[in-house]
Design a binder for this molecule. Structure first.
Ligand SMILES: [Zn+2]
Length: 425
C-alpha cells in the first residue's frame, strides 16, 4: 500500500480507535497483530459497484495486559456493519440439533421449572427460544433486526424488537418477571459495551438465575491458527482468564464450561450471581490453569502468533504464485466472512482467483469485499472450469471435496489455506 493511502486511511479511521479495555478499562497497549486495512467482511458489494470505494479500517489485535482480553484496536459503529447484513436462515439441521440440546442442558440446571422464564439476547429467528418453550418453560427473544423479530413472531415466538438495554429489561420484568435463564450466543463477542450488558443481565436475573454465553475460544484460535476469524464485527477474542476477571467485577461468577464443536472450537460458559448456590465445577479451574500454563499473560506468545500468521501468508502466496507461473487457473470455494480476511490479508486478487463459488444465492452476483473477486453459483465450476480450487471455507474442506461431482473434481488440485497451507489432490 502506498504511504499516502496508508496515512489517509489511518487518519480517516482514528476516530474508531479504542483507548481502553472493554473489560477492565485499563489503557490499551500497541497491537501485537496487524492484518492491514480490511473492508467490512459481511458488506458484499454488488457486481456493478466494482468501482465504488469501500470503507476500510485497520484490522489489528491488542492484548490487555491487565485482564488479558484480546480485542480489536478499532471498533466500527455497528450500524455501518449490520445495515447490509445478508440474512442466512439458522434453521438448518445442525442448528436445530445444537439448540435443542442447548435448551435441554440449560433447563436441567434449574432447580424448578415452575414459572421459569428464558430470555435470549440476539434471538435471530427465535429458534432457541422455541426450544425453551418446548422444554416447558416460558421464553422471550430480544432481537434488534426488525425483519428477524417479525419472522420470529410469525413463528409463534414472543419477541421484543429492540437492543438489549435497560428499558428492555424493565419491559420484560414488568410483563413476565425475572428470567431464570438468560442466553447470548455468538453476540457477546460482537458487542462493544458489554459492561452495560452485564449490568442489565444482573437486573434481569433472580439470585439463583443463570447467564449462558457461547463464543469462539481464544486459545483455539492460537492453537489452530484460525486467524481468519478476525474481522470487524468480532470485537473480543475471549479466554476464560479475561471472562473470569470481567464477571467478578460485576458480582458474577463462572460455574461451568462446556466445549462445543460449532464455529471450529467454541465454548459455552455458565455464569451465576456470586453465591448463586451452584457448586463451581473443577472444569473452570482446569481452564484457568491451562491458560496460565500456555502463557496467557506472556507478551512473547502473542508476538509469536503474529509471526506464524505472517508465515502462513507467505506460504499461501508462494503456492498461488507457483500455480499461476505454470499457467494454471484458480477458483475459490466459499465466501464466508473469513474469506474476506484471508484474501485481503494475503493480497489475493482477480489476478490470482477468477471467481469464488458460494451456494448462498444472496451472495451470488456480489463481490468479495476489498479484493473484488466475483461470487458466482457452483454451476460456474462446470461452465468455466479451473485447474485449482482454493477452499476459503476450509473448515468444510473434506465435505466439499467429497460432495463434489467427480467430473469437476477430476485432475484438480485443492488448496486448503488453514490451519496449515497445503495442496490436496
Ligand atoms: Zn482489560
Amino acid at each position: 500500500m502506498k504511504m499516502a493511502t496508508f496515512e489517509r486511511l489511518e487518519e480517516q479511521t482514528k476516530q474508531y480507535k479504542k483507548t481502553r479495555c472493554r473489560y477492565c478499562d485499563s489503557p490499551l497497549p500497541e497491537s501485537f497483530l496487524d492484518l492491514g486495512f480490511s473492508p467490512l467482511a459481511n458488506n458484499l458489494p454488488k457486481a456493478e459497484e466494482k468501482d465504488v470505494e469501500e470503507f476500510q479500517c485497520p484490522l489489528r489485535l491488542v492484548h490487555c495486559q491487565v485482564c488479558h482480553l484480546v480485542q480489536l484496536s478499532h471498533v466500527v459503529p455497528p450500524d455501518m456493519m449490520f445495515a447490509h447484513y445478508l440474512y442466512v436462515s439458522s434453521t438448518t439441521k445442525t442448528f436445530q440439533t445444537h439448540f435443542a440440546e442447548y435448551a435441554k442442558t440449560a433447563v436441567s440446571k434449574l432447580k424448578s421449572k415452575q414459572n421459569a422464564l428464558a430470555v435470549d439476547i440476539g434471538s435471530n429467528d427465535g429458534l432457541l427460544v422455541s426450544f425453551f418453550i418446548k422444554e416447558g418453560i416460558k421464553g422471550v427473544g430480544v432481537e434488534p433486526a426488525k425483519n428477524l423479530a417479525e419472522l420470529s413472531v410469525r413463528n409463534g415466538v414472543p419477541t421484543i424488537n429492540s437492543y438489549f438495554g435497560r428499558e428492555t429489561v424493565q419491559m420484560i420484568t414488568k410483563e413476565y418477571g425475572k428470567a431464570s435463564i438468560v442466553t447470548a450466543n455468538n453476540v457477546f463477542a460482537h458487542i462493544d459495551d458489554v459492561q452495560s450488558v452485564l449490568r442489565n443481565v444482573n437486573d434481569l436475573l433472580p439470585d439463583n438465575g443463570i447467564f449462558i454465553i457461547e463464543f469462539p475460544y481464544l486459545m483455539t484460535m492460537f492453537e489452530k491458527m484460525y486467524f481468519d476469524m478476525i474481522y470487524h464485527e468480532h470485537l473480543s477474542y475471549i479466554g476464560i482468564t479475561a471472562l473470569d476477571y470481567f464477571t467478578k467485577r460485576f458480582g458474577l461468577q463462572i460455574f461451568d464450561i462446556q466445549p462445543i464443536s460449532s464455529h471450529g472450537g467454541s465454548l459455552r460458559v455458565f455464569i451465576q450471581k456470586t453465591g448463586g448456590g451452584r457448586e463451581i465445577s473443577e472444569t473452570v479451574t482446569d481452564y484457568l490453569k491451562n491458560e496460565s500454563a500456555h502463557g496467557i499473560s506472556n507478551e512473547k506468545n502473542y508476538r509469536e502468533f503474529s509471526v506464524k500468521v505472517a508465515n502462513i501468508k507467505t506460504e499461501i502466496m508462494k503456492m498461488v504464485r507457483e500455480i499461476k507461473a505454470n499457467g494454471k487457473s484458480i477458483a475459490g470455494y466459499g465466501a464466508p466472512a473469513k474469506a474476506t480476511t484471508i484474501a485481503n490479508y494475503c493480497g489475493l486478487t482477480k489476478e490470482h482467483i477468477d471467481y469464488v463459488v458460494d451456494d448462498n444465492s444472496l451472495k451470488q452476483g456480489r463481490l468479495v469485499p476489498g479484493c473484488r473477486i466475483p461470487i458466482v453459483s457452483s454451476a460456474h465450476l462446470t461452465e468455466h472450469p479451473t485447474d485449482c480450487i482454493l477452499i476459503f471455507a476450509w473448515n468444510f474442506a473434506e465435505e466439499i471435496v467429497k460432495k463434489m461431482d467427480p467430473s469437476i473434481k477430476a485432475g484438480k488440485q485443492f488448496i486448503v489455506p488453514l490451519p496449515k497451507p497445503k495442496i490436496i489432490l
